[in-house]
Design a protein around this ligand. Structure first.
Ligand SMILES: NC(=O)c1ccc[n+]([C@@H]2O[C@H](COP(=O)([O-])OP(=O)(O)OC[C@H]3O[C@@H](n4cnc5c(N)ncnc54)[C@H](O)[C@@H]3O)[C@@H](O)[C@H]2O)c1
Ligand SMILES: O=C(O)C(=O)C[C@@H](O)[C@H](O)[C@H](O)COP(=O)(O)O
Ligand SMILES: [Zn+2]
Length: 362
């Protein structure tokens, strides 16, 4: 992709939609909303008030009625209270089934906005405008929407595909480096499960991979979105294949819950990838070299590969509520090799704890 190209990736399914990746793309929003939409709820986090206002003003200038719903930054947005606040705004503004929601922000806001759209009048259109790397390559694509409960991450939600996704790489200019790195954890995840070229690109030039203006980062975004689009096109509701996108997440979500969301999702995914690579190595599924590659790629990006919380019982308890569990059976996505995802069901509890010892050691 050159700096002027826009890449269009179609996610197939009952209601196919496009993910646009490029620069200066906001002008495309009206088209993605479709001709029948009259009113739009623009959901944005506090930190992106001026972006939310710019989106609203642009829609108003094109003859639409647009209302803002400002929500808390980060994970705090993913609560039943914040969803209820959005429903109130929709109700007070008389939104009907021909109206739409636009999510402008990071993954927390796109998850919330998608959930609000999925539940309002049992489902209205949502267009996602992700502004973090993580939301561009993962959260805004694929239709998983949701909020958290006290017991765990994303425990309430629905599959509600967007009508379109606008990944405007210009948004990354203001993104703090920590958040950029967090997004790269999901990119690297895609590398391990399906596209090893991603790993090579990071290994060849880590500076370019972390530079929001480099063509290498643009290629990483495109490759990660292609992986996600391919998987979701085949298995929207995670009956089987889609589980591979959850690689590293059993441990990651447990860390996020136990740490009361003080860890970024991408940072937790990073350590979760190392945890599950160790588990696969111990189970005789993954070579030591491939497990070590997880650590080295993630470390090169400045992502965490250890977790020193000393909270194994709480982590194990949280992992039992992972959505891949079946009854009392814990299930993990593991690799039999790079690009060869598989499942590990009901591993020996001693092995689970031994893998934990590996990620909590120096
Ligand atoms: N639905 C899915 O398939 C899916 C996939 C992956 C992750 N997720 C979810 O995504 C969330 C994590 O998303 P995230 O990493 O984007 O975090 P986030 O949404 O918490 O955003 C991180 C921070 O960056 C700020 N921000 C956003 N855009 C910015 C910009 N352009 N410039 C400056 N600041 C900006 C936000 O206000 C926030 O404070 C988690 O809740 C995770 O569960 C969902
Ligand atoms: O799209 C998917 O499917 C994923 O699992 C992508 C993950 O990166 C993402 O964090 C997702 O929200 C996790 O979903 P959950 O079903 O484990 O809550
Ligand atoms: Zn994730």
């Amino acid at each position: 992709m050159t700096s002027t190209d826009t890449v269009r990736i179609t996610v197939e399914g009952d209601t196919p939609y496009d993910v646009l990746i490029g620069r200066g793309l906001l002008g495309e929003l009206r088209d993605l909303l479709g001709p029948k939409v009259a009113k739009v709820l623009v959901v944005h986090p506090r930190a992106l008030r001026s972006t939310g206002e710019a989106v609203r003003d642009d829609l108003v200038s094109q003859g639409l009625e647009a209302v803002l719903a400002e929500v808390p930054d980060g994970e705090e947005a993913k609560s039943a209270e914040v969803a209820a606040f959005c429903w109130t705004v929709l109700g007070q503004s008389d939104f009907t089934r021909s109206d739409a929601v636009v999510g402008v922000g990071g993954g927390a806001v796109t998850d919330l906005a998608g959930f609000v759209a999925a539940t309002w009048l049992r489902g209205v259109r949502v267009v996602q405008v992700p502004t973090t790397l993580l939301a561009m390559v993962d959260a805004a694509v694929g239709g998983k929407t949701g909020i958290n409960t006290a017991e765990g991450k994303n425990l309430v939600g629905s599959f509600h595909p967007p009508a379109g996704v606008l990944c405007d790489l210009d948004a990354l200019d203001t993104l703090p480096p920590h958040d950029l790195r967090a997004g790269l954890a999901e990119v690297v995840k895609c590398g391990f499960i399906a596209d090893p070229r991603i790993l090579e690109l990071v290994e060849q030039d880590v500076a370019a991979a972390t530079d929001p203006h480099s063509p290498v980062l643009a290629e990483l975004v495109e490759r990660a979105v292609r992986v996600k689009a391919r998987v979701v096109s085949e298995d929207l509701k995670e009956s089987d294949l889609r589980e591979i996108l959850n690689y590293g997440h059993t441990f990651a979500h447990a860390v996020e819950l136990v740490e009361r969301y003080q860890w970024r999702h991408g940072a937790a995914v990073s350590v979760g990838l190392v945890y599950v690579a160790e588990l696969a190595r111990m189970a005789g599924r993954l070579s030591a070299a491939d497990a070590d590659r997880h650590r080295s790629v993630l470390q090169s990006l400045g992502l965490p590969t250890t977790y020193r919380g000393d909270r194994w019982p709480q982590l194990l308890d949280a992992m039992k509520r992972d959505k891949k569990s079946r009854g009392s059976l814990l299930r993990f996505v593991v690799l039999d090799g790079i690009g060869r995802p598989s499942r590990l069901e009901g591993p020996d509890p001693a092995m689970l704890q031994a893998a934990y010892a590996e990620v909590s050691a120096d």
